[in-house]
Design a protein around this ligand. Structure first.
Ligand SMILES: Cc1cc2nc3c(=O)[nH]c(=O)nc-3n(C[C@H](O)[C@H](O)[C@H](O)COP(=O)(O)OP(=O)(O)OC[C@H]3O[C@@H](n4cnc5c(N)ncnc54)[C@H](O)[C@@H]3O)c2cc1C
Length: 291
């Protein structure tokens, strides 16, 4: 099916884009990689009056460390993350998630920030960035604000972003010198959405866990943080007992539903196994970073 007709704008600056969003209100839609919005428009699930295409705006396509955090701009594509040296080691949860998203065509166009704004409960970036403790940097014609990802995701395909706001970047706090993480994804075939995904991001402080981030994909109405598992690990030594206990708590935090991808029990078991594996891998990476 063809989309309903719409007006198309390709502003050259953020200010221009913001004034277009003010003009159209909730009848305007931002276009980034188009990998979620265009299919929705073709199916007529979305029929915006106007598209505001960000792709001509300069300065939104970089990944860089600055001021205590790593910033991923609104036009950074999944493939940029796949190739980025910055997203390995301490930020391994992000580097490991990138190549597991769909296929090369989607990865060439789709953006990290667009994935967050789309808020698909089966989106991989939501979990990877929740685990990393990220926040969204947002601009409107009234100024700027930041939204912690915990507060961004409200439910399936629903966020706390306002129609007049542009997410300009996602910021990931520096986890310190001894940190590591990974993203484990079970998919029915290469390129599929997650049956289950588990993101793990650990930072260490004098040999014990400092901050633990664990987030789950595909087992709830939005990307979920396994908060009790995170709390159990903070300040603890990472050993077989604490790993097993945390994996159990993460499985309890999951809210899986039985569907064509698997039964709820099966998905919960996968969360347990992946959390255990993820914690071991994150610790291994962090030890490697120390050298
Ligand atoms: C076949 C296929 C398979 C896929 N498989 C996976 C997968 O395995 N894992 C996965 O995580 N994703 C998957 N995706 C989704 C993909 O990752 C999309 O790229 C992503 O969801 C949206 O990013 P985008 O840049 O394409 O956003 P767009 O489609 O351009 O926009 C999506 C939504 O976000 C809004 N938006 C975009 N950018 C901003 C911004 N800067 N500020 C505010 N709002 C904004 C738009 O208005 C729109 O509502 C798949 C997509 C396809 C088509």
């Amino acid at each position: 099916m063809y989309p309903a007709s719409f007006e198309y704008h390709a502003p050259a600056t953020i200010e221009e884009a913001l004034s277009l969003l003010e003009r159209y209100g909730d009848e305007g839609k931002i276009l980034a990689g188009g990998q979620s919005l265009i299919p929705l428009m073709k199916l007529r699930f979305a029929s915006p009056r106007a598209l505001v295409d960000l792709n001509r705006i300069e300065g939104l396509d970089s990944i860089g460390e600055d001021d205590g955090h790593l910033a991923i701009g609104a036009l950074v594509r999944h493939k940029d993350c796949e190739r980025s040296e910055a997203l390995r080691g301490r930020y391994g949860v992000l580097g490991d998630a990138a190549p597991q998203i769909s296929d090369p065509i989607v990865r060439n166009l789709g953006t990290v920030v667009g994935s967050l704004a789309h808020a698909d409960p089966q989106g991989d970036w939501g979990s990877a960035l929740l685990a990393a403790g990220a926040q969204l940097e947002v601009a409107s014609s009234g100024g700027t604000r930041t939204i912690p990802l915990d507060e961004l995701f409200q439910g399936p395909f629903t966020t706390s972003l306002e129609p007049n706001e542009i997410a300009t970047a996602v910021q990931v706090p520096d986890p310190g010198p001894t940190a590591g993480g990974t993203y484990l994804k079970l998919e029915r075939r290469v390129g599929d959405y997650a049956t289950v995904g588990v993101a793990v991001h650990l930072s260490f402080d004098n040999g014990t866990v400092g901050r633990a981030g664990i987030a789950l994909t595909g087992v709830g109405p939005r990307n979920l943080r396994a908060e009790s598992a995170e709390a159990a690990l903070a300040g603890a030594e990472l050993n077989d007992d604490t790993i097993k206990a945390a994996a159990e708590l993460a499985a309890e935090a999951a809210q899986p539903r039985s569907d064509e991808r698997g039964s709820a029990d099966y998905k919960r078991s996968v969360v347990r196994v992946f959390t255990e594996r993820g914690l071991r891998k994150a610790a291994e990476t962090a030890r490697g970073e120390e050298r």
